[in-house]
Design a protein. Structure first.
Ligand SMILES: Cc1ncc(C[n+]2csc(CCOP(=O)(O)OP(=O)(O)O)c2C)c(N)n1
Ligand SMILES: [Mg+2]
Length: 356
C-alpha cells in the first residue's frame, strides 16, 4: 500500500478508490454481516440463559464484533496464529468454533473445546484452528503471540520456512482490551515485537472501560496507539464500530506482516455495550445516557444501513438471517443442555502428562 494511502487509512479517511474493502464482493459483505449477526444472537442468548440461572458466567462481545470479523476476513484462517481474548466470540466463530461449541463451554459440559471445561467460558482455544489457549491473567496472551511471531521470523530467516508457503503460519494476531495495556506483559511483548520487527498484529479493542475504570483513569495519553511508536511499532487508530474501516487497516497490517515489514498495533475505538460480565452491575459507575448514545453506533446496525444504502441488503433478508440464527442458537443450546457433565474422575486427566 502506498504511503499516502496508508496515511489516509490511518486517519479513517481512505478514499473510495484506495480502500481494500472496495474489492469485497456482495457475497463476502453479506457473509461478514451474517457472522456479526450470528455472534450477536449467540451472545444475547448467553445473557438470557445466565439470567435464567442455567449458566454461571458470561462475558460479552456485543458491540465489538466489527474489528473481530474484519480480522477474520484478512488473515489466513486456520493457519495463522490467533491468540484471542475473552471478548473475541465473533472472531473465533469465524475461525471455526461453532455456536454449539460455545454453548458447551457456557454449560461446562463434556468435550468442551477450549480446555475440557477447566477454564471459564470465553477463554478460547482450539487447536484445529490455530487458536491458542488464553490464560485468565489479562495480557499474558500478548507475550505468547510475540513469541510465536518470533518463531515464524526465526524459521523464515533460517530457511526452515518458505515465506510464501501459505500452508504455514505467517503471522500471529492477538487482542486485548485497553485496560490490559497497563500490564507489564503488554509492554514486554510490544518491545519484543518492535526490536525484532515481527510478523505480529496487536489489536487493542478500546471499549472505554476496564470493568469500572474508565480509560482516562487508565492512562495519561488519549490513545493506546500513541504508545506504539515508543517500541518501534506502527500504531493505527480505527473506528472499531465500522467493519469496513477495520477491514482496511487489518488488510494493511496483515499484508505488511506477510511481506516481513514488521508489527502493527491497531487500536479499534469501540464501546462495551454490556456490563463487564454477568457478575457486574455497570449502573454503579456509568450513566445510562452514555450507553444509549452508543447504541446508534452499533456496528451491526451500521453495516446493515450501509449495505441497505448500497442496495445489497433488505429488511426481508435480515429477517431471514435472524430466523436462521435463532434456529442455530436454539439447536446449539439444546445440544449443550442434553450433553453430560465431564465425569469427576477426569478432573486432572489432561493436566499432567503421562510419566515416561
Ligand atoms: C492480571 C489481571 N489483573 C486483573 C484481572 C481481572 N480482570 C479481568 S478483565 C479486567 C478488565 C480488563 O479491561 P480491558 O483490558 O479494558 O478489557 P475489556 O474487559 O474492557 O474488554 C480485569 C481487571 C485479570 N484477569 N488479570
Ligand atoms: Mg476495556
Amino acid at each position: 500500500m502506498a504511503k499516502n494511502t496508508t496515511d489516509k487509512v490511518r486517519n479513517g479517511r481512505a478514499t473510495p478508490t484506495s480502500r481494500p474493502s472496495d474489492s469485497l464482493t456482495k457475497d463476502t459483505l453479506l457473509e461478514m454481516y451474517w457472522k456479526m449477526l450470528l455472534s450477536r444472537r449467540v451472545d444475547e442468548r448467553a445473557w438470557m440463559i445466565h439470567r435464567q440461572g442455567k449458566i454461571v458466567f458470561h462475558i460479552s462481545a456485543i458491540g465489538q464484533e466489527a474489528i473481530q470479523v474484519a480480522a477474520a476476513y484478512t488473515i489466513h484462517l486456520g493457519v495463522d496464529y490467533i491468540v484471542p481474548y475473552y471478548r473475541d466470540l465473533a472472531l473465533v466463530l469465524c475461525a471455526g468454533v461453532t455456536p454449539e461449541d460455545f454453548m458447551i463451554s457456557l454449560y461446562g459440559k463434556e468435550g468442551e473445546l477450549s480446555s475440557l471445561a477447566r477454564q471459564m467460558p470465553s477463554h478460547f482455544g482450539a487447536k484445529p484452528f490455530n487458536i491458542v489457549s488464553t490464560s485468565a491473567p489479562v495480557a499474558t496472551q500478548v507475550v505468547h503471540a510475540a513469541g510465536m511471531a518470533f518463531a515464524i521470523k526465526y524459521r523464515i530467516q533460517n530457511e526452515l520456512q518458505d515465506p510464501n508457503d501459505r500452508t504455514q503460519p505467517r503471522l500471529a494476531v492477538t487482542s486485548l482490551g485497553e485496560g490490559s495495556t497497563s500490564q507489564g506483559e503488554w509492554h514486554e511483548a510490544m518491545n519484543w515485537a518492535g526490536v525484532h520487527q515481527l510478523p505480529f498484529i496487536c489489536i487493542v479493542q478500546n471499549n472505554h472501560y476496564a470493568i469500572s475504570v474508565p480509560v482516562d483513569k487508565q492512562m495519561a495519553v488519549p490513545n493506546v496507539a500513541d504508545r506504539a511508536a515508543a517500541y518501534g511499532v506502527e500504531g493505527i487508530i480505527v473506528d472499531g464500530n465500522d467493519v469496513l474501516a477495520c477491514y482496511d487497516v487489518m488488510h494493511y497490517a496483515v499484508q505488511k506482516a506477510y511481506r516481513g515489514d514488521g508489527p502493527t498495533l491497531i487500536e479499534a475505538k469501540t464501546y462495551r455495550m454490556t456490563p463487564h460480565s454477568s457478575d457486574d452491575d455497570d449502573r454503579t459507575y456509568r450513566e445510562r445516557s452514555e450507553v444509549d448514545a452508543w447504541r446508534d453506533k452499533d456496528p451491526l446496525l451500521r453495516l446493515a444501513n450501509h449495505l441497505k444504502a448500497q442496495g445489497l441488503l433488505t429488511d426481508a433478508v435480515i429477517e431471514g438471517y435472524d430466523k436462521r440464527a435463532r434456529k442455530i442458537v436454539d439447536e446449539a443450546q439444546r445440544a449443550a443442555e442434553e450433553r453430560p457433565y465431564p465425569p469427576g474422575e477426569s478432573a486432572i486427566a489432561p493436566v499432567y502428562a503421562e510419566a515416561n
